[in-house]
Ligand binder design. Structure first.
Ligand code: GN1
Ligand code: MG
Length: 355
């Protein structure tokens, strides 16, 4: 009965989309920290959909967000014209019946539906082989976007701007809305101690020495689809944050999750290390595609990118902890603090391992 009731709610949402099959069952999917994601089974065994509720507190310009995604997927599909099956390599969104757009507003919520790519899985941990394949996939993704002419908006303004992230931490510390600052002073100080080193990209950007490129900006390990049989990375997903950014975003954020020997919220810090085999495999794969467009300065700063993302993520998790857990999904009151500690432990490990 429960199932039937919840199906009723989803039917009313799915009804808005020009689906090619009748939805039969909806279940939770994935472990994203921002949107809500569901798998939709249909009366056609070969056709399933992914339904997402877009978190519009985080993505305030949903129309701009979806126009970005439309431009990116159209451009990528155009580049894959001679691939045997482009639909396995780029997401396809189902239009809203009423507007023809790739999302629908239902009540206060925004929803979108994409076709589930059959025979794929997402993973939480990588091997050196998968890392090499992921490196090629993200490098190719950026390379293919270098000639996208349509301007993209920043779906979250200054998303990977380290100066802004530090500013947000300082504002949170100063206002201390849930009285958590006293318990985290040493962590705040550890972050402040590296503030100047970690904001070098913004300074170089202002000096005109670092370009902005179209990046994925959320290259977490679980944001790619793997062929369940060959293990090859087929498709890059979670396109909400594709936007102009320094090139470090994708390279650095992948290694943050991919080369870390534990989860991003591992409480036992002794389990956290930086896997040099995965680092090398990913770097080789990435450079095999990205070498074509990286400037010498960008290339020489890749080791900086490896440190920047655990540092930025620690700053963001700590800010959310101090603010009372208003941004990331959490499983308990200490979750963001546990995450912060894990990211800083990863940064220590990188300092030990990486020249
Ligand atoms: C969020 O949505 P998800 O879980 O793929 C976040 C990323 C963080 C990540 C940390 C829009 O990604 O920036 O790196 O959590 N996305 C947004 O796990 O803030
Ligand atoms: Mg995700």
């Amino acid at each position: 009965r429960n199932n039937r009731n919840s199906m009723k709610k989803f039917d009313a949402i799915l009804d808005n989309f020009a689906l090619e099959a009748r939805p039969l069952n909806v279940s939770h999917l994935g472990d994203g920290l921002i949107n809500d994601t569901y798998m939709v089974e249909t009366d056609r065994p070969d056709l399933r959909y992914v339904l997402q509720r877009i978190n519009h507190c985080v993505f305030q310009d949903v129309d701009g967000l979806q126009r970005n995604i439309d431009a990116v997927t159209r451009h990528l599909r155009g580049k894959m014209a001679d691939f045997p099956d482009p639909d396995r390599h780029v997401l396809r969104f189902i239009p809203c019946r009423a507007t023809g757009r790739s999302y629908c507003r239902v009540g206060a919520d925004y929803w979108r539906v994409s076709v589930y790519i059959p025979g794929t899985v997402t993973i939480k941990e990588v091997t050196a082989e998968t890392a090499a394949s992921a490196g090629r996939a993200f490098g190719r993704f950026e390379a293919m976007l270098t000639d996208l002419r349509e301007p993209l908006i920043e779906t979250i303004p200054d998303f990977h701007n380290m100066e802004l992230r530090l500013h947000q931490l300082r504002v949170a510390v100063a206002s201390d809305p849930v009285s958590r600052v006293d318990s985290v002073r040493p962590i705040v100080e550890a972050i402040e101690a590296r503030a100047s080193e970690m904001t070098v990209a913004e300074r170089l950007g202002r000096e005109g020495k670092l370009p902005r490129r179209l990046c994925h900006c959320d290259t977490k390990v679980n944001n790619m689809l793997i062929d369940a049989v060959t293990g090859e990375v087929l498709c890059v997903i979670d396109l909400d944050t594709v936007m102009p950014s320094f090139v470090f975003s994708d390279y650095g954020d992948f290694l943050r999750t991919g080369a870390c020997t534990a989860a991003e919220d591992e409480p036992d810090l002794s389990k956290i290390d930086f896997d040099m085999d995965i680092y090398r495999a990913f770097t080789d794969g990435y450079l095999s595609e990205a070498e074509s467009f990286l400037t010498p300065l960008e290339r020489s700063m890749l080791p900086f990118a490896v440190r920047l993302f655990p540092y930025m993520q620690a700053t963001r998790f700590l800010t959310d902890y101090i603010n009372g857990d208003t941004y990331y999904k959490t499983t308990g009151p200490e979750h963001n603090l546990v995450r912060t500690r894990a990211q800083l432990a990863l940064l220590d490990a990188i300092d030990r391992r990486l020249p």
